[in-house]
Design a protein around this ligand. Structure first.
Ligand code: MG
Length: 282
């Protein structure tokens, strides 16, 4: 794979991504996929989807887990509902994430990703140790499928994420860096953050956002790539500096407006291609 192939976040029947057809129509060579609903997550459907990707010449680089009952309505709701942290759903979601890992193996893909949820800040607390344990169990299951586990950034500061990863202590645990999430959640300057966690960055999202008036309390606002406060050129230059050469996966989470979503992804694709030529000379 050439350095920095463009990618796009896609969905089949769950999640906020675009349909595979959009990637195909735009000539985007790689995708990440939001895991489909449990009832459609069968080996037969994996085979069908895999065949479709082969026909289109599109490479699947990561499958993201997501769960029933998750809501991104506001930051406190995310804390209560998202990922493997909330206790009431943790055990069943761990089982489901392992199933997603198995489904991903049927797709021939070596990476699963997820929003783990808000990792507690106090590393001496019982809940912190429980979240470490559950993450280890997921990493070990994924390792059995020959996979890495990529944690989506945003809910923690870069420093807290580094400490958590070192606490989990599994060689197949890495980071899917999303610069816009750092701004949306108010957890830090994205360029500084990507430098700090650089050694663990194995996949990235290209997404842009504006800071909230009250960072960390209310959402920032997602905007089209290049129109926000990430500074996409600085972001790509920093990715170059940390040695990242994997896919640049565009994420634009406005499925309620598919025409606009498609056109803004096309615009992001052009922007990233131009910057890639400028920065890598290829
Ligand atoms: Mg993201």
């Amino acid at each position: 794979m050439d350095a920095w192939p463009i990618g796009v976040f896609t969905s089949i029947d769950a999640g906020l991504g675009v349909k595979l057809e959009v990637a195909h129509e735009l000539g985007i060579p790689t995708i990440q996929l939001h895991a489909p609903h449990r009832q459609t997550r069968t080996p037969e459907n994996a085979k069908k989807f895999g065949d479709q990707l082969d026909q289109l010449g599109i490479q699947l680089t990561c499958v993201f887990g997501g769960f029933e009952g998750e809501s991104y309505a506001d930051i406190p709701t995310v804390e209560r509902t998202v990922g493997l942290v909330p206790l009431s759903t943790r055990a069943e979601r761990l089982i489901e994430m392992k199933e997603i890992s198995d489904f991903t193996r049927h797709l021939g893909c070596a990476v699963i990703g997820l929003h783990l949820g808000f990792v507690p800040h106090d590393s001496s607390s019982a809940v912190y140790r429980e979240v470490v344990a559950v993450t280890r169990e997921l990493c070990d299951h994924a390792a059995g499928n020959g996979q890495s586990v990529h944690l989506e950034t945003g809910q923690e500061t870069a420093q807290a994420l580094l400490e958590f990863i070192s606490g989990v202590d599994r060689s197949n645990l890495a980071i899917n860096f999303d610069p816009a999430n750092m701004i949306l959640y108010g957890t830090g300057q994205p360029i500084e953050a990507v430098k700090l966690v650089g050694p663990y960055v194995r996949s990235v999202h290209c997404k842009d956002a504006m800071w909230s008036q009250s960072p960390g309390e209310t959402w920032g606002r997602e905007v089209p790539l290049g129109e926000g406060q990430v500074d996409i050129a600085a972001y790509l230059n920093t990715l170059k500096d940390i040695g990242y050469r994997g896919p640049l996966t565009i994420e634009r989470e406005i499925p309620q407006d598919p025409d606009r979503q498609r056109s803004e992804i096309g615009h992001a694709q052009r922007l990233l291609s131009e910057l890639r030529t400028k920065i890598l000379g290829s």
